[in-house]
Design a protein around this ligand. Structure first.
Ligand code: CP
Length: 318
């Protein structure tokens, strides 16, 4: 594998899951693979889980790791071509990227949607420039439209906890005070559509996602109806995608906050969220603290998903 930005880069999901469970049994089995190889992790946005789990995965593989927080200590970067750089941005991404490539073997990039230009966001302008100009394999640590390391960890978690071959998985929108990108729900939908699970998406009207990601999922606007018989409830907020609502908060309706009443209509579902989560906006205290909440094992599996991806990229290095 050269680059990793979406589910298709992983190929056969069954093989990837087998590899994940093999690594989970012995995460130091491939410790020699990354000897004298350097991972550079570049963050344009904040992170707790992605930062720690990816660094741990790289260390399990014997790699050296450099972490760069672009907005804290690096020169402020211009990302637009053609701009007269007479403002506060000192360096252009088009020089910075190949320079970064000089110091490492693999690059991980976190760069969220900026909500200034939907076309740029949905064309993944930032991560694609790293792919084009760094000369190194690049993987997404959450880009503008997808968060594949999270979705892979979500899939591993569902496979570990499912009690039937074809569980009902419901992704529900939930309220949040700020405008969040669609990367996590897009990506989760993309990965769920790559399985044969019974996958349902529920959200208030106006929160329709890009049809490319919704795929064949059933969209149900009645949240309670959607949750009936669910085996897994995956809660997430996202801002508007369609038309003038792009990047906007349209609703903060706390009737959509996942509560015990919502979980009561499910098939004793497991509760999932990628974290960080705003309690009593997205989910009530009692649901996230319940025995059915698997948010911590879900987060723990981020180490495993990152390790499978890094292992495959290392194996593909020339
Ligand atoms: N879920 C996730 O990506 O967490 P961080 O934003 O803390 O990395």
């Amino acid at each position: 594998m050269r680059h990793f930005t979406n589910v298709n880069d992983l190929g056969d999901l069954k093989a990837a899951l087998d590899e994940a469970f093999e690594i989970k049994k012995d995460r130091f089995k491939y410790v020699e693979l990354g000897r004298n190889k350097t991972l550079l992790m570049i963050f344009f946005n904040s992170s707790l889980r992605t930062r720690l789990s990816t660094q741990k995965a790289a260390m399990n593989l014997g790699m050296n790791v450099i972490v760069l927080d672009v907005n804290q200590g690096a020169w402020k970067l211009e990302t637009e071509r053609g701009v007269i750089m007479d403002g506060d941005k000192t360096e252009h991404l088009l020089e910075a990227i190949p320079v970064m490539g000089c110091y490492c073997d693999i690059i991980g990039v976190r760069s969220f949607a900026q909500f200034q230009n939907k076309t740029d966001d949905y064309n993944e302008v930032i991560i694609n420039q790293f792919i084009k100009y760094s000369g190194r394999p690049v993987f997404s640590m959450e880009a503008a439209t997808r968060h594949p390391l999270q979705s892979f960890a979500d899939l591993i978690t569902i496979e570990e906890y499912k009690k039937k071959a074809r569980p009902k998985v419901v992704m529900t929108w939930a309220p949040h005070p700020r405008a969040l990108p669609q990367a996590v729900p897009n990506s989760f939908a993309e990965w769920m559509n790559a399985t044969d699970y019974d996958f349902v998406i529920t959200h208030p009207e106006g929160y329709e996602l890009d049809p490319k990601f919704v795929g064949n999922a059933k969209v149900e606007y009645d949240q309670m109806k959607a949750l009936e018989g669910a085996d897994f409830v995956y809660a997430k907020n996202w801002s508007g995608y369609a038309g003038d609502n792009y990047g906007r908060v349209i609703s903060k309706d706390r009737a959509w906050t996942v509560s015990a009443a919502h979980m009561a209509v499910t098939n004793n579902a497991y509760f999932m969220h990628c974290l960080p989560v705003r309690r009593n906006m997205i989910v009530t205290d009692d649901v996230i603290e319940s025995p059915q909440s698997i948010v911590i094992p879900e987060a723990a599996n981020r180490e495993i998903s990152a390790q499978v991806v890094l292992k495959r990229i290392l194996e593909g290095l020339e």
